[in-house]
Design a protein around this ligand. Structure first.
Ligand SMILES: [Zn+2]
Length: 242
């Protein structure tokens, strides 16, 4: 017997395909519309409704997206709408959704940014390390790279992390292909860093401190005879809300 889809109320037929959730079935049609077949966060019909809503909002964002930084197929930024797009995805993200990013070259973290960022002095774009190696005549740096990508994490209800593949095959490090890819990677990294820098900073609650500081400033003005005792008292009472 055909079951009912807990999302749209239509038939959730075993013939056309359905998925069982905690509170019923989802039909093939809804699964396709949600672009989401098996996600651990999507277990109830309520989750599916949230997913539909998200996709709808996402589409609106996508329609307004107009890149100001454009590295086609890799990374795009729309600084006016504060949005960015990763890879060929048809989804864009808000600036405030970027938590962090990291550039990995042959398994090694080369550049990091965002929350949980480590100090990477000198490591950025292969300066210091390479020079030191040359001077001491130590381990020769590898002349071939097989793997380079940027990964990161997002504050998004459905997409928690991302990966931008740049190199996944052997490439000579002294060739023009590597040079071009490296330049492109630098552009992506600067764009990511720009996004981090433009995020809304949560304001620390230091209102108490600033009031004390304000009063201190007026006290100093009083001490230097720039304002009168009366002015000072008025200002102080105002600031303390007396
Ligand atoms: Zn349905």
């Amino acid at each position: 017997m055909a079951k009912t889809c807990a999302v749209c109320g239509g038939k959730a037929s075993i013939v056309t395909g359905r998925v069982e959730m905690q509170d019923g079935f989802v039909c093939r049609n809804c699964l396709e519309k949600s672009l989401w077949i098996s996600d651990p966060n999507c277990r109830t019909s309520k989750d599916f409704h949230a997913r539909f809503q998200y996709l709808e909002d996402s589409k609106k964002l996508f329609d307004t997206f107009n890149p100001t930084t454009n590295i086609p197929d890799f990374f795009q930024v729309d600084v006016n709408n504060r949005l960015f797009k990763i890879g060929k995805s048809s989804e864009c993200f808000l600036f405030d959704e970027l938590i962090n990013y990291e550039l990995i070259e042959d398994g090694e973290s080369v550049v990091r940014g965002g929350l949980g960022r480590a100090v990477v002095g000198g490591l950025a774009f292969g300066g210091v390390g390479a020079i030191v190696g040359g001077v001491t005549g130590g381990k020769k740096s590898k002349s071939i790279i097989t793997n380079m990508y940027i990964r990161g994490s997002l504050k998004n209800p459905w997409i928690k992390d991302f990966k931008i593949n740049i190199i996944d095959t052997e490439i000579k490090k002294n060739g023009w292909i590597y040079k071009n890819l490296k330049e492109m990677t630098e552009k992506i990294i600067s764009a990511l860093e720009m996004i981090i820098n433009q995020q809304e900073q949560p304001k620390p609650d230091n209102s108490q401190i600033s009031i004390t500081e304000e009063i201190r400033k007026f006290k100093q003005l009083l001490d230097e005879d720039i304002i009168s005792k009366e002015d000072y008292e008025t200002k102080k009472n105002q600031l303390l809300n007396l």
